[in-house]
Every structure is written in structure tokens, then in C-alpha cells.
Design a protein around this ligand. Structure first.
Ligand SMILES: C[S@@+](CC[C@H](N)C(=O)[O-])C[C@H]1O[C@@H](n2cnc3c(N)ncnc32)[C@H](O)[C@@H]1O
Length: 226
């Protein structure tokens, strides 16, 4: 293997999840009507996606962030939940705030989505919310998808921003007026492009679910290994 291939991929945005920011992230989804509504819809889509994926028994939640999906994942009483995140502070905040009644069913550790510290075919599904839209380079996205392909036995559930809706149109227009430059850390990926990348990494699309069809950019994909 070449040295280039071995070099771990590190994204600039990953550094922002300090202890302080992790605590802020935990509180963010509980503050105000809009974040609560958005979280409620995220949970609804997550439930549907898990059902489409066949109610996987062993799920790797990567990145788990502050663990906001753990109660949803735990709704299936026989599911084993593994939380993981690049930020050790995020993992600590998630564990500290984990509801007591589900804590015994969760194990969590620090790892990168580009080099997951698990064996091949270790879990039934990888559940990856709000990470892909931070990855602007196609080769980085393919690397992560291939790593997911190595670690899952069956499915991947992931969310990202796609085009084909009003918000994406407005974002493109605003980017034309004010180019975001090198500091940009959230990216809109055309659906056609990401769907080709899924195939390139060895997945087929089972289904997709839109946060608010034709309006919002968030889309959840359910993928299966081929
Ligand atoms: C927007 S948060 C999403 C967290 C969670 N999935 C949610 O929806 O609440 C992004 C998370 O990605 C994590 N992260 C950043 N770079 C990562 C990487 N290379 N591998 C795994 N996690 C990463 C951050 O630490 C952060 O917790």
C-alpha cells in the first residue's frame, strides 16, 4: 500500500468538537421550538429508516455526537447499540447524559469514520446522521463509504444535504453571490453524484426519505451492501 493510502484522513471541521462545544451540541437540540421540531422529524425518519433496514439488531451509531438518537435506537428492546465519535469529548458528554434505563445497552468509544476501530462485518447496520454533509471532497466520501462497507454486514443509514429542493436552490444562489471559500465546512451534494458514489463503494440504494420533500435539503438514505 502506498504511504498516501495509509495516511489517515483528517477533516478541519472535526477539531471543533471540544468539551465545551460538545456540551453546547447536547443542549442545542433541546433549546427552542425549531430545534425540537427538527429533532422530532429526525427521529421520525430514523424510525422509518431502521424499519426499512429490517430492524437491525446490532447498530453502530457513528458519529453518535451527544447520543441524541440512543433513545430511538433503544426502542427495539433486543437491539445492541454501539456509539462512536471522533471526539472523545462528545462520547463523554453522550455517556454522561444517557438515560439511565438504556445505559446498560450502550457501549461507546472514540474512533474516526475513516478508520473505524472494529473488525470487518462487525455490525448489522451503521447509522450515520449529519456527518456526510461535512465532507466536500469526493475521494474522502468514497473512503468513508468503503470503510462503512468493510464494517457493516448489511446496511448503512445516513443523512446528508441533497439538491432538488427549494433550500438547495437558494443555497446555490447565495453561494454564487458570496462564495464561501476555504472555510466552508458544510456541503450540498447533488443526489446523482452521491448515488454514484454509493455504487462505487459497493452499495445499492434501498430507499430514501426526505425531511420535508421539495423544501429541505436533508435526506436519509438506506443502503445495502451488494
Ligand atoms: C453534526 S454532529 C452529528 C452528531 C449526531 N450524529 C447527531 O446527529 O446528533 C457531527 C459529529 O461528527 C463527529 N465527527 C467529526 N469528524 C469525524 C470523523 N472523522 N469520524 C467520526 N466522527 C466525526 C463530530 O465529533 C460530531 O460529533
Amino acid at each position: 500500500m502506498s504511504a498516501k493510502k495509509d495516511a489517515p484522513i483528517k477533516l478541519e471541521f472535526s477539531n471543533k468538537y471540544t468539551r465545551e462545544h460538545s456540551q453546547y451540541y447536547y443542549e442545542k437540540h433541546k433549546r427552542g421550538i425549531e430545534p425540537r421540531l427538527s429533532h422530532w422529524r429526525d427521529v421520525q425518519l430514523a424510525r422509518k429508516a431502521l424499519k426499512i433496514a429490517g430492524e437491525p439488531k446490532e447498530v453502530l451509531d457513528l458519529p453518535c455526537g451527544a447520543g441524541r438518537f440512543w433513545p430511538t435506537l433503544a426502542e427495539n428492546p433486543s437491539r445492541k447499540i454501539i456509539g462512536a465519535d471522533n471526539s472523545a469529548d462528545m462520547v463523554a458528554v453522550a455517556l454522561e447524559n444517557c438515560p439511565k434505563e438504556i445505559a446498560s445497552r450502550i457501549t461507546a468509544f472514540q474512533t474516526s469514520a475513516f478508520a473505524i476501530d472494529m473488525q470487518d462485518n462487525a455490525v448489522d447496520s451503521i447509522f450515520s446522521m449529519r456527518l456526510m454533509h461535512h465532507i466536500g471532497q469526493p475521494d474522502h466520501r468514497i473512503a468513508m463509504l468503503k470503510e462503512f462497507h468493510r464494517v457493516t454486514r448489511d446496511t448503512v443509514i445516513l443523512s446528508l444535504w441533497v439538491d432538488g429542493n427549494l433550500k438547495a436552490y437558494q443555497r446555490r444562489k447565495s453561494e454564487e453571490r458570496h462564495p464561501r471559500g476555504a472555510n466552508q465546512n458544510r456541503f450540498l451534494i447533488p443526489a446523482k453524484v452521491i448515488e454514484q458514489e454509493f455504487v462505487q463503494a459497493g452499495f445499492k440504494v434501498v430507499n430514501h426519505l426526505d425531511f420535508l420533500p421539495l423544501y429541505a435539503m436533508w435526506r436519509v438514505y438506506v443502503l445495502r451492501k451488494v
